[in-house]
Design a protein. Structure first.
Length: 433
């Protein structure tokens, strides 16, 4: 089954921030039951391109239009939706950046699984209990996991992305790496629009083409999206039941096993061989148990032949996890172990579980979204022109952070960490720089 290509770099309007993966804190209240919070601004205009660059895109789109029609896209849809698309060079800049692989995991999880998201997720479990119960009965995926995906992917419909899907995919289909991949996504987008599943005016999402409340790529939509409310449309943009059921259907098709855990946080014995760790290094649970690996609460692992793997996302000094098949199903949604760990951990928190027991091996923990907004507020109070305190750590915020790090005597890495926040809390805004 095709996995998501997540342009995981743009978390607020483009779904993951450039420096730290974190959804924006647009609204603190639960969105209305009819769907996501309405967009408050139109999609941003594309950066300017030269006449020659736009002409090259137009020529490429003419070829793609012919190909789309030959491959079964209705002529009217291909001509109407590909006409007049402008080049967007910003998506090319994002093509090689994925913070799931570049951001310290304690920063990544601090923003994705924070108190605000846990509270909102529990509210969603209550609000949508009837739908989630029906989704679980049909697709076999528990409510907490489905809601966790919803929360991480779009902050429960608040941040579905503002980039026009067709414009992004057109640019990526004609320039940069993986053009063949993006052309398939563009053709799938045309089929989605031709079938009337999504309103063209609302067909916005991440820079790489993921869209809707649970961020499906267009080809994934055609394979896994479902019409759960029975209105004849598979609308993962404006219809919460369709979005939740589509996510559960995806996970089921990816191998989810009803009633089984994803895995557990574990404790390793002294002198454990860390080279045994790795998601693809499968061993029976009984093997880990025989090596002295125990669940972090002290209970033993099952002495069974169930295939499992050991993850050490921050090395042997940090939290350790034994993961099962359901972890792999979540991993299929976005092929990054940090992402899958965020989903399953948030699901555990929604069920009443607590934070990981073993601390991350850092003396400078990551910040929640509320703490990032507080940090930005303190930077604004010190005169740094960073825009609004929205919790998104972009280039202006990083520049201001480096300036404050230099003044305080911290490493000038532009990272929003607890050491800097603590220092600024203790440092009145009027202190000379």
């Amino acid at each position: 089954m095709r996995t998501h290509l997540r342009a995981a770099a743009a978390a607020a309007a483009t779904l993951l921030t450039v420096c730290v993966t974190v959804q924006p804190a647009m609204a603190q209240s639960v969105p209305p039951s009819s769907g996501p919070v309405p967009a408050v601004a139109p999609p941003p205009a594309p950066p300017p391109s030269s006449a020659a660059q736009q002409a090259a895109l137009d020529a490429c789109l003419a070829r793609l239009r012919t190909d789309a029609i030959a491959r079964g896209v209705p002529r009217e849809a291909a001509e109407r939706h590909l006409a007049g698309l402008e080049r967007d060079p910003s998506v090319l800049e994002s093509l090689d950046f994925q913070p799931e692989f570049r951001t310290p995991i304690w920063d990544y999880l601090a923003g994705l699984v924070d108190g605000q998201r846990v509270d909102d997720g529990r509210a969603m479990l209550e609000r949508w209990v009837e739908v989630l119960t029906a989704v679980e009965a049909k697709h076999g995926v528990d409510a907490a996991t489905v809601v966790a995906v919803w929360g991480v992917e779009s902050d429960f419909g608040r941040a579905t992305g503002r980039k026009p899907i067709l414009r992004s995919l057109a640019t990526l289909s004609c320039e940069g790496r993986r053009q063949a991949f993006f052309r398939n996504e563009l053709l799938a987008s045309l089929r989605i629009l031709a079938a009337g599943h999504v309103d063209p005016a609302a067909f916005n999402g991440s820079w790489a083409g993921a869209f809707g409340q649970t961020q499906f790529m267009p080809t994934t939509f055609l394979e896994a999206a479902v019409d759960f409310d029975g209105d004849g449309r598979r609308d993962i943009v404006g219809t919460v039941p369709d979005a939740l059921a589509s996510t559960a259907n995806y996970l089921r098709r990816a191998g989810w096993r009803t009633g089984e855990p994803w895995g557990w946080e574990v404790r390793l014995p002294e002198g454990f061989d860390a080279s045994l760790a790795g998601r693809t290094k499968r061993r029976p649970l009984a093997d880990w148990a025989s090596r002295g690996v125990r669940r972090v609460d002290g209970r033993p692992l099952d002495a069974s032949q169930t295939a499992s793997a050991l993850l050490l996302p921050a090395g042997p000094a940090g939290p350790a996890f034994v993961v099962l098949r359901n972890f792999d199903a979540v991993y299929a949604y976005n092929a990054a172990e940090s992402y899958a760990l965020a989903i399953v951990h948030l699901a555990d928190r929604l069920r009443g579980g607590g934070p990981f027991v073993t601390p991350w091996p850092t003396d400078d923990p990551g910040l929640s979204r509320a703490e990032r907004r507080e940090l930005q507020t303190l930077l604004l109070a010190r005169g740094h022109a960073i825009g609004e305190a929205d919790g998104l750590i972009g280039s202006n915020t990083r520049r201001a952070i480096r300036a404050e790090q230099a003044r305080i005597g911290l490493p000038q890495d532009g990272r929003a960490g607890m050491k800097l926040l603590t220092a600024l809390r203790r440092d009145p805004p009027g202190t000379p720089r």
